[in-house]
Ligand binder design. Structure first.
Ligand code: GTP
Ligand code: MG
Length: 418
């Protein structure tokens, strides 16, 4: 499977079903009571994090993911069926953005996020009967489903991120530390996609996850080599390990890597320096490196020398560092699994006059009402007008200067002021 860590497409929820206009017809009763049922709600589009997926490959070429509309209501007060939600499985560590920023961080298995909510169904004429209006012959229309473009970004979640120049032995080290078997090669850029390994041995209190990413080269942050595209996969690691080939200018390599981490905004990360390939070095060079890199751990992925000590050090540092970092989402944070995006133009009620003399009404409730109205049906339109009166919209229009015959716009609806 191809490693895809970004995808962009539109999610569209289903429209709510329309309410029904119907009258109970019994023998000997020419016109019974209104019994039109409500429409079913439209389906929502919901993202869910799963351990069964490792990449965003299934969505690489998707343009649209949509849920079905709800069924219309019918006579005898029968409600229309609600449409099924569409659940989109994504790998753990998927961030969901829209044009305004981060919406959700699905970093726990099973975490869900409603990205587009289905429109609610409209009420049938059965709901509009009152003592003074016993045979209403209008209904509401279902509301449209929400729709927006989302950008998914996968950031592999790990505890330790291995960062090094190509060929330093990162993949070899991961294979030594865990059951993972990444490709190892005697040439640069063997690793093309991030790989994870779990260090999980009985002696360890908590298992931890090590991420191996493709090698970095100088200028990666400007897009050279495989670029720093993969650095984001270690950006959420609690601890970074700089893996240096001890036999090939480790000082130079360290400088290059630190510069790249700095450019990627990761300079402040807790970090351990690891000198690999110690098996090639003679005593004299080993001593020299001990002095030059006093805090570094000396290992050999080939012979296994120092690997147990390295594992212990990782474990100890991780324990000190505590919980894995989460990406900050604005507002309620990642625990809020629901997010409504019906974006009314204004919460309260506001009237504005445009330069060409149209009175525009803004307001959540009134905009919804306009969407629900069945404009083909005179009774429905009359009901809408009554509601405008009742909710003070007519008064607000008058205060703004509207007179009979002036054009009024609410959402997408235009009509003449009476
Ligand atoms: N002598 C010796 N060779 C090693 C050691 N670790 C790795 N190698 C060799 O170094 C080469 C590169 O190893 P990899 O593990 O593929 O290196 P990498 O850092 O993952 O490389 P990229 O994925 O290309 O960035 C291979 O030929 C390994 O066998 C070591 O400790 N000692
Ligand atoms: Mg590798």
């Amino acid at each position: 499977m191809q490693f895809v860590d970004e995808a962009r497409f539109v999610v569209r929820a289903g429209r709510g079903g329309d309410g029904s206009v119907s009258f109970n017809r019994e023998k000997y009763k020419p016109r019974g009571g209104p019994d039109g049922g409500r429409g079913g709600d439209g389906g929502s589009v919901i993202f869910r994090a799963t351990e069964d997926l490792q990449t965003l490959e299934p969505y690489a070429h998707r343009k649209l993911i949509k849920a079905e509309r709800g069924r219309h209501g019918s006579g005898n007060n029968r409600a229309g069926e609600k449409a099924a939600d569409v659940v989109v499985d994504v790998p753990i560590g998927t961030l969901i953005h829209d044009e305004d920023g981060l919406l959700a961080d699905l970093s726990e298995p099973g975490a869900q996020f409603v990205a587009a909510r289905g429109g609610s169904g409209g009420r049938g004429n059965g709901s509009f009967a009152t003592s003074t209006r016993q045979t209403p012959a209008f209904r509401e229309k279902g509301l449209p489903g929400e729709e927006r473009e989302v950008r998914l970004e996968l950031r592999v979640l790990s505890d330790v991120g291995l960062v090094g120049l190509p060929n330093a032995g990162k993949s070899s080290l991961l294979a030594r530390l865990s059951a993972a078997r990444p490709k190892v090669g005697d040439y640069p850029f063997t690793t093309l996609t991030p790989a994870l390994g779990v260090v999980d041995e009985k002696t360890y209190r908590d298992a931890f996850v090590v991420a191996d990413i493709p090698g970095l080269i100088s200028g990666a942050s400007q897009g050279r080599g495989l670029g720093n595209r993969f650095l984001r996969h270690v950006a959420r690691a609690r601890l970074l390990a700089l893996v240096l080939d001890a036999s090939e200018d480790p000082e130079g390599a360290e400088g290059t890597l630190r510069a790249e981490l700095y450019a990627a905004g990761l300079a402040e990360r807790p970090l351990i320096v690891v000198l690999n390939k110690m098996d090639i070095l003679d005593e004299e060079l080993r001593e020299y490196l001990s002095e030059t890199f006093p805090g570094a751990v000396q290992v050999s992925a080939l012979s296994g020398e120092g690997v147990v000590q390295l594992r212990d050090l990782f474990e100890e540092r991780l324990r000190e560092l505590g919980e894995r970092e989460r990406v900050e989402t604005g507002g309620d944070g990642p625990s809020s699994t629901e997010y409504r995006i019906f974006r009314p133009t204004w919460r309260g009620l506001r009237v504005e006059k445009t330069s060409d003399g149209v009175y525009v009404v803004y307001g959540e409730e009134v905009e919804r009402m306009a969407l629900r109205t069945d404009w083909e049906n005179p009774e429905g339109v009359a009901n809408f007008t009554r509601e405008l009166e009742r909710k003070g919209v007519v008064a607000a229009l008058r205060r703004a200067g509207a007179e009979a015959g002036d054009e009024v716009r609410i959402g997408e609806v235009e009509f003449d002021f009476q």
